[in-house]
Design a protein. Structure first.
Ligand code: AMP
Ligand code: GLY
Length: 423
C-alpha cells in the first residue's frame, strides 16, 4: 500500500521510519518532509496547511492511507477535507481536534465530566482577568486559549508578573489570536508524564509512557521549548497511576467527547502532572508528541499500520498493543539560541555513523538538502534516540551518539533523563 504522512519534523520522521517497517507498505510519501525523512519517503513540497493540494496529491497518487502528524492541519480541519473526498485518513476531525485547539474547550470538558485537572477560570476581557489576579494565590498559570507552539503558557510568581502576562497574551498578542481568550489556572507541582493513546472514536489504548524536558537549559532553566529531549518509560508512571488514569482519565475523555458529539479518532496525547493529591491532566494534544514519539515508537512491537487501520475502522479491540521491555532516550540537538534567535544553513557532518545501527537512530527535526549537503534548517535540528536495557543504559548510548554528529552552533541539554537517576 501507499502511505502519505503530513508534516516535516522529528515526529514525522519517527512515524515514517516506523511505517517503513510494515511489510504492507510499498511506498511512503511525506509532505513537506525534510532531508532525513527523504531517506525513507519521497517528499513532495506541499505545505501541511495546503489541504486541497494534499488531497489532490493523495488522489492522483492513489494513496491508501494518509497520517496527519501535526497539530495545525488537524485543528484546521484537514481530516474533514480528506473524508469529504472519500480519502482514507488517520487523525481527529476538526470538531474533535478542538481538544488541543482550545484550552478553554478542554478545561470546560474536564470540568463537565469530572476529569481531574487544575482549577481554572477563562477570560476574554483583560480587565476582568486582571481583577481576578488581584486576589489570586501565586504562583499562577496563564495560558493562551489557542495553539502557540507550546509557548503560550506563562507561570507567574506575583501579581505584577501576571499583569504583564495578561498584557503579553491579550493586548500585545504575542501569540496572535491564540490570546483572544486566556485560561488562568491553579499552579500544580509534580512530575510530568506524557501518555500517547490510540483512539478509534469509542475505545482507547495507551502506549508506553514518556517524559519530555520542555525547558531550553539544563536543570529545567530557560524558556519553554517544543521539547529538548525525552525518555521512555517514565519510572514515575506506576501501576497505581495507570490504574487511576484508566478509571478517571482515558476512557472518561473518550466518553466525554462522544457525549459531546465529537467522537475522537486518532492519537490523544494526555499530558499529566503527578501531584501529591494524585494525577491531574495538564493538557490534551490531538496528535503524537514531539519528541515523545521518537522514544515511544522505537519501543513499539506492533505493525503501526495495523493499528492506524483498526482506529479508522473503529476496531481497536482487535489490537494487542505491545512494547519492548527496554528503554529509550532522545536528546535533541538544537541550534544555539533556540527557541528565540538562531542561525540556519550549517552543514551537518557525521550522519553516516547511524547507518545500519539497530539501537541508535537519528530523527531529523529541521534539516534540508542544499547543494547536495544536508544543512540545519530549524531550531530543533536532530533527535538522537538510543535504546538500552534500562534508562541509564539508553541515556549513556544516546549521549555517546550525540558526539557522532557535528554542525556549527550545535546545542543540547546534558541532563535529559537525569531525573531517573534519583529514582
Ligand atoms: P501545556 O502546554 O498546557 O502543557 O503547558 C506547558 C508546560 O507548562 C507544562 O508542561 C508544564 O510544565 C507547565 N504547566 C502548565 N500548566 C501548569 C499548571 N497548572 N501548573 C504547573 N505547571 C504547569
Ligand atoms: N513535546 C510536547 C508536545 O509535543 O506537545
Amino acid at each position: 500500500m501507499k502511505v502519505l504522512i503530513v508534516g516535516g519534523g522529528g515526529r514525522e520522521h519517527a512515524i515514517a521510519w516506523k511505517v517503513s517497517q510494515s511489510p504492507k507498505v510499498d511506498k511512503i510519501y511525506c509532505a513537506p518532509g525534510n532531508a532525513g525523512i527523504a531517506e525513507v519517503a519521497e517528499c513532495p513540497s506541499i505545505g501541511a496547511m495546503e489541504f486541497d493540494k494534499l488531497a489532490d496529491f493523495a488522489e492522483e497518487n492513489k494513496i491508501d492511507l494518509t497520517i496527519i502528524g501535526m497539530d495545525d492541519p488537524l485543528v484546521g480541519g484537514i481530516v474533514d477535507v480528506f473524508e469529504a473526498r472519500g480519502l482514507r485518513v488517520f487523525g481527529p476531525r476538526k470538531n474533535a481536534a478542538i481538544i488541543e485547539g482550545s484550552k478553554a474547550f478542554s478545561k470546560d470538558l474536564m470540568k463537565k465530566y469530572n476529569i481531574p485537572t487544575a482549577a481554572y477560570e477563562t477570560f476574554s476581557d483583560p480587565a476582568e482577568a486582571e481583577k481576578y489576579l488581584e486576589t489570586s494565590e501565586y504562583p499562577i498559570v496563564l495560558k493562551a486559549d489557542g495553539l502557540a507552539l507550546g509557548k503560550g503558557v506563562l507561570i507567574c510568581n506575583s501579581f505584577e508578573e501576571a499583569k504583564e502576562g495578561v498584557k503579553t497574551l491579550m493586548l500585545d498578542k504575542q501569540f496572535g489570536s491564540a490570546g483572544d481568550r486566556i485560561v488562568i489556572e491553579e499552579f500544580l507541582t509534580g512530575r510530568e508524564v506524557s501518555v500517547l493513546c490510540f483512539c478509534d472514536g469509542t475505545k482507547i489504548q495507551t502506549m508506553t509512557s514518556a517524559q519530555d524536558h520542555k525547558r531550553a537549559k539544563d536543570g529545567d532553566q530557560g524558556l519553554n521549548t517544543g521539547g529538548m529531549g525525552t525518555f521512555s518509560p517514565s519510572p514515575f508512571y506506576t501501576e497505581e497511576v495507570d490504574a487511576f488514569c484508566k478509571q478517571y482519565v482515558y476512557q472518561p475523555t473518550m466518553d466525554a467527547m462522544k457525549a459531546e458529539g465529537r467522537d475522537f479518532t486518532g492519537i490523544l496525547f494526555v499530558g499529566l502532572i503527578l501531584t501529591p493529591k494524585g494525577p491531574r491532566v495538564l493538557e490534551y494534544n490531538a496528535r503524537f508528541g514531539d519528541p515523545e514519539t521518537q522514544v515511544v515508537l522505537p519501543r513499539m512491537k506492533n505493525d503501526i499500520v495495523d493499528v492506524f487501520e483498526a482506529c479508522i475502522d473503529g476496531k481497536l479491540e482487535t489490537i494487542d498493543l505491545q512494547f519492548e521491555d527496554n528503554a529509550a532516550v532522545c536528546v535533541i540537538l538544537a541550534s544555539d539560541g533556540y527557541p528565540e534567535h538562531y542561525e540556519k544553513g550549517f552543514a551537518i557532518e557525521g550522519l553516516d555513523a547511524f547507518a545500519g545501527k539497530e539501537d541508535s537512530f537519528v530523527f531529523h527535526a529541521g534539516s534540508k538538502l542544499a547543494d547536495g549537503k544536508i544543512v540545519t534548517n530549524g531550531g530543533r535540528v536532530l533527535g538522537i534516540t538510543a535504546l538500552g536495557k534500562d534508562l541509564k543504559d539508553a541515556r549513556a548510548k544516546a549521549y555517546a551518539a550525540t558526539e557522532w554528529v557535528s554542525f556549527e552552533n550545535k546545542y543540547m541539554r546534558h541532563d535529559i533523563g537525569k531525573a531517573i537517576d534519583e529514582v
